[in-house]
Write a protein of this length. Sequence first.
Length: 384
Amino acid sequence: MMTRIQTRLKALLTAALLATAFSAHAQEAPSNYVSYPYAFIGLQGGVQETATHYYNNWKLFTPTASVSFGAHFTPVFGARLHVNGIWNKSGIDMDYRNLDETYKYKYITTDLDAMINVVNLFSKNQYRPWNVYLIGGIGLNYAWDTEYASSLKQYISEKKAENRFSHNFRLGGMLDVKVARNWSVNIEVDANCLNDRFNCKTSHNDDWQFTAQLGVAYKFGLPHKAKGDPRSNIIVAPETIGADTETASANTGVSIDKPEPAPTTAPTVVTPAPEVKKEEITRNIFFEIRKTEVTAKDQTIIAEVAKWLKDHPDAKVTVTGYADKGTGNAANNERFAKQRAESVTKALIKKGVEKSRITTDSKGDRMQPFAENDKNRVTIIVGK
């Protein structure tokens, strides 16, 4: 009995380790990524088998189904309420009594499970489309409606076959694959430990129930706001960069008096001084997801800003870093935005710009300069 249990647990652990190794090589999928926290509802279906004494356990596989409701509070920790059932069977095989029979019963297991994302636990990259969860929980099992042949009555009394409760301790693993922003598919394998009265056979040893299920999960309550949502506090930055500011307006609403008749004597002509426009410059440096370093392709912009400052010795620049609200969480986005701004500042200094002429700032994901989410992984340089 214990040898079979140990074999199944080793197989479960091996599958979880292989899934973890596979997920470590997965590519990023920002379009499918959602930030935390968020809630989910899941449906699963598969097979279960309850290990029992004095019987061939390979004959005891039955279909099973589950529904769950929970939330992922952080990139590492989540919890769920998981309900599993409903078909099961057990059996007795005693050669010396010429007895080999099965009997059916129904059950339902309700567990409160903790879910640990082992991929995010050991990696800073939270954008993988593959995630592996270690699952552990405790709950209550209820079994009823036992159907058994009359020859089993001497081994399973009618009293033992009545409605009965049992504890349930769970340990398992889940491989979850994102297929869309709100949807994912998963495969889960669990080992459940129950009291022996679960299947009406009392031998003073707990029973083990093993389940393997495929499922689908729908995520809702996602924290970042949809594109175009008026509540998203989007401040749109100029797409056309480096244009002079125009101050004239054709429709000011100010009335204009009719000109007086010209005097008979010629007035003294005063030539007005030409208006001097104060030049400004605005440049954007965009970053890939989770990237903060200025790349070689951005050096042209850095050189252009440095030359502009050289040509305008009285001017200064403000360097402001941003992060997109659609990925990550507020704490990580604050860090990315700051690092992006500092990276651009260092690049300007290397080009000969005095540090005293640069003001470095970051907005995290609190402000979104662009309506398109991915463009907000940006550092904006404004020179005046």
